[in-house]
Design a protein. Structure first.
Lengths: 279, 334, 322
């Protein structure tokens, strides 16, 4: 099963390059978290706006901080935000979607759907600002705002899958021995949704990072550290003065990583489709 | 075993006046069906698609909304039981589905699938369960190296064996098989039928075997019950059904099975008949519209179920027919 | 003298190459005359459906490799045609009735729209003519209320009705050859009898040549004059129905026949079965593919492949036929 998926994925050149990019950046993030890279992100190590040189590969920013160090740290931030939001919203979305789908047309389904509707209608950036205000500028505000709004898409998809799977005979077989509903959902239904969840998660990851970029422009992004979004926000003034270091470093990294994830997501979707025949 | 003691034991499964509607009460699935299955005698349930056989089977298992009427398993009324009491009963009553690939959970190994009923019903300890799994696999003709594999890695014949093993693992007394061999190839079907016959003879398991294929029923059943549009029209020992059926519908079913098309069925969309609505009149025989032996009374009054006595039957094998043709027979009985 | 409506010579289908090659059809040859029906019998995975689809050229998008010495439809070779040329005669001169009537129809169009679309693809005609032809087609398969059927969507009909509608769609252009893939599987006795009646009518009235693909030998016995038995991509026996059912010569054919449950007034004998199971297409045993399951195997059977010239009308691929 997973073996078959890997075989198919291996043949997809774009997908494999996406995977390589994702893994490469993840290793960088790991190195930052373990303290081996990017530790000098806040240190003022040079003059303001130095251009690229041997000591500062991308030059320095307005404050004299090394852009390369900040870019490396930004990788860790990207993964930290991406993983936290993806995992938490996936769990929340799956549980809500599974309950709504299994107890379809019951009051629980109605409540969850209503909640989804409400959350989907709130303008996100307003909501993020409200959460930041409510939490007194805590660094977790951004993550929280994203998790609370991102789970709805996952829930909708999982709910649809659960409704489909519910009708299959092996679920009837579980009911035939009297297996309780919730046990059936977690033991038999949800494992069959993993393939969709996986693809959806890569998409959420990309959305999380993109959202963080915009939040940074609004001043609602990362508070204790640096992210590519913050660097891009900084660069918006800098490029007017002819300094492109921040912009190129952050923009390129962002583009490559997101491109990698997108290629991987598409390839995963094809690879997980067991009915495709490879020529 | 003398006939007296057989008479004294209650039937293994008894259904009394079971009725069930679906699609929001608009369509009749099962209509006042009554029958009994004695331990050791397999009942073959036949009828065209849409006759209600599957609905009846699922209703017995508690897989549909509850209907009206009574279902007695080993003498106890299971239609009234709550889920706790039902749990112990369910051990003795198991189900095998039509599509083996669909009835096995795709992300669970064979071992997990076979362990699940044992764990759910809290049967035995770890050693017992291990032994039981191995023994059951042997009974269905599978090797223990199937345990760590997933359903999709097996052929449909093997998958159906796994499904049967799952049904057997709790030592059930009654197994309901719903078209369990209908989607299998001829030679695989023969293998599974042999397995079922073995289970009947060597392990004493009673089956409620549903099939639209009369030839399969011929091989496997001791008694035959015929359903049409939710009603049970005839129930008889298997030799009687295939030798000398009483109900006109049974005769037509047999003709079709022998590839003989009775002339009156041509051009009438005969088989393309849809289900029965709960708003349809109750004062008519369900088969009247298409019956070649229709009498005026058939469209005015629903026939009662008559017991036909026949000196060729052993005394306790019933032959019931729901047909006005046998009204006189009833009046001749004492 | 009937003319040959369909002739297939040495048709082979395989997937992959080298050691991972999966041979699903291995040099099949046969011919069917106008107005006759031949059965292609075998169990799941033997390649019979692939044979039917290869004849129609429907395998081009699946990664399958198809090769033959010729596939002739009314004398014209269709094996080398490209997709556009093929589209000109598919549905008009040769049509297929598929295994799953539920999925063969498009659920968002009515039956009337789908059937008339087939007709309009090959023939011109004004709206009235097309409608008349379509209604005739539906009536000829036994629908008493053809008008209401044309307005119905596939999901509104039962399985048996859908199968009849599929026959109507396949025959609206009165093709010379019809390939019916498991036309009666999963349908109950009465519907089965109706479907077979329809196929018989097509043979007699329209002189259609029919290839019936089925795992059900008794269906073939009822409706065909000739039969071919297939196993793991190869033809093991080819003969007329009467001969096969009275004295099958290949052990596999005989085995299959003995598996069929019988209806009889007296208690039938115990069921027979063929031990073992069909090998996977990428793990075919050397020599005769049936050897591991055969009671009459000798060393020659495992070393070389028994063959018969399947261009002949009858033959058996066995070193020790019964």
């Amino acid at each position: 099963m997973m073996g078959g998926t890997w075989q198919r994925l291996k043949t997809d050149r774009y997908g494999m390059s996406g995977l390589v990019v994702v893994i490469f950046f993840f290793i960088v993030a790991l190195l930052v978290w373990t303290g081996m890279l990017g530790q000098g992100w806040s240190e003022v190590s040079g003059n303001s706006w130095e251009s690229a040189s041997v000591t500062h590969w991308f030059g320095t920013n307005l404050l004299g901080q090394d852009i390369l160090q900040r870019t490396l740290f930004g990788t860790a931030t990207a993964y930290e935000v991406g993983l936290t939001v993806t995992v938490c919203s996936a769990i929340l979305g799956t549980v809500m979607g599974a309950l709504a789908g299994w107890y379809r047309d019951s009051w629980l389904d109605e409540v969850i759907l209503w909640l989804k509707g409400v959350l989907d209608s709130i303008p996100f950036y307003l909501f993020a600002a409200a959460v930041a205000f409510a939490l007194q500028g805590s660094p977790a505000a951004m993550h929280l705002a994203m998790i609370i709004t991102f789970w709805t898409t996952t829930a909708r998809i999982i709910r649809g899958e659960v409704i489909r799977i519910k009708q299959r005979e092996f679920i009837e077989a579980a009911r035939a021995i009297g297996l309780p509903g919730l046990t059936t959902v977690f033991r038999h239904v949800l494992p069959n949704t993993f393939h969709i969840l996986l693809v959806q998660s890569t998409i959420v990851f990309v959305a999380a990072i993109n959202t963080e970029v915009i939040l940074s422009f609004l001043g609602l992004g990362i508070q204790d550290g640096v992210s590519w979004g913050l660097m891009l926000a900084e660069s918006s003034q800098e490029v007017l003065a002819g300094h492109f270091g921040n912009f190129i470093a952050a923009g390129t990294s962002l583009f490559i990583l997101l491109m990698g994830f997108n290629l991987l997501a598409d390839a995963l979707q094809d690879a997980l489709d067991t009915r495709r025949v490879i020529k | 075993m003398n006939s007296f003691s057989q008479h004294a034991k209650p039937p293994l499964l008894e259904v009394r006046n079971l009725s069930l509607n679906f699609h929001n009460q608009k369509q009749v699935a099962v209509d006042q069906v009554s029958f009994a299955i004695k331990a050791g005698r397999t009942l073959g349930l036949v009828g065209a698609s849409g006759a209600g056989k599957s609905s009846l089977a699922r209703s017995i298992m508690g897989l549909t909304e509850p209907g009206t009427g009574e279902i007695l398993f080993k003498g106890k009324n299971i239609s009234l039981m709550d889920s706790q009491q039902l749990k112990t009963t369910r051990q003795g009553l198991q189900f095998v589905f039509q599509e083996p690939s669909a009835s096995l959970s795709p992300r669970r190994t064979v071992e997990q699938t076979l362990l699940e009923p044992l764990k759910h019903f809290a049967i035995g300890d770890k050693d017992y369960r291990q032994q039981k799994i191995l023994k059951t696999l042997q009974t269905v003709g599978l090797n223990q190296n199937v345990l760590q594999r997933y359903p999709h890695q097996f052929s449909s014949g093997q998958q159906q064996r796994i499904a049967i093993a799952r049904a057997l693992i709790t030592n059930p007394e009654l197994v309901i098989a719903d078209e369990a061999v209908s989607s299998l190839d001829t030679s695989i079907q023969a293998q599974i039928l042999q397995l079922i016959q073995n289970l009947q003879k060597q392990h004493g398991i009673t089956f409620l075997f549903i099939s639209h294929d009369l030839a399969v029923i011929r091989q496997i059943a001791d008694d035959v019950a015929v359903m049409y549009r939710g009603q049970l029209l005839e129930q008889s020992p298997v030799d009687t059904f295939f030798g000398n059926p009483a109900h006109p519908y049974s005769k037509i079913l047999l003709s079709f099975a022998n590839y003989e098309v009775p002339s009156h069925t041509v051009g009438n969309n005969w088989s393309l008949d849809r289900g029965r609505l709960s708003t349809d009149s109750a004062h008519t025989c369900v088969f009247a519209a298409l019956c070649p032996e229709k009498m005026p009374v058939c469209e005015r009054l629903e026939p009662a179920s008559h017991t036909i006595q026949n000196k060729n039957h052993p005394p306790l094998q019933q032959h019931c027919v729901k047909c006005h043709l046998y009204d006189e027979a009833k009046s001749n009985e004492t | 003298m009937s003319k040959v409506a369909l002739r297939v010579e040495n048709l082979s289908v395989w997937f992959g190459k080298g050691p991972q090659r999966k041979q699903v059809v291995d040099r099949i040859s046969f011919s069917i005359n106008a107005g006759e029906a031949t059965g292609l019998v075998g169990e799941s995975g033997c390649g019979k459906t692939m044979t039917g689809m290869a004849i129609l050229g429907l395998l081009s998008t699946t990664g399958a490799n198809v090769r033959s010495d010729g596939i002739e439809l009314n004398g014209k070779d269709i094996s080398g045609l490209n997709a556009a040329q093929r589209r000109a005669f598919l549905g008009r001169d040769i049509a297929m009735i598929f295994q799953q009537p539920g999925t063969a129809f498009d659920p968002v169009f009515t039956l009337g729209q789908q059937i008339s679309a087939v007709y309009r693809r090959h023939f011109d005609g004004n709206k009235k003519q097309v409608r008349r032809t379509m209604l005739e087609s539906l009536e000829s398969v036994g629908f008493n209320q053809a008008e209401s059927i044309t307005a119905a969507y596939p999901h509104q009909l039962s399985g048996g009705m859908r199968q009849l509608a599929m026959i109507a769609m396949a025959t609206v252009c009165k093709p010379a050859v019809i390939i019916a893939d498991e036309p009666t599987t999963a349908l109950d006795g009465s519907t089965r009898a109706l479907i077979l009646q329809q196929l018989e009518r097509l043979r007699h009235q329209n002189k259609t040549a029919i290839l019936i693909i089925s795992h059900d030998l008794s269906v073939v016995k009822q409706s065909c004059s000739d039969v071919m038995v297939m196993y793991c991509g190869r033809l093991l026996e080819k003969t007329d129905c009467e001969s096969l059912f009275s004295h099958a010569r290949h052990p596999y054919s005989a085995g299959l026949l003995s598996c069929i449950p019988q209806i009889s007034p007296i208690r039938p004998p115990a069921i027979n079965s063929i031990p073992g199971q069909v090998p996977a297409a990428d793990k075919l045993p050397p020599g005769c593919h049936f050897a591991p399951r055969c009671a009459r195997t000798e060393s020659q059977c495992r070393q070389s492949v028994p063959e018969f010239d399947s261009a002949h009308q009858a033959g058996v691929a066995c070193f020790r036929p019964l």
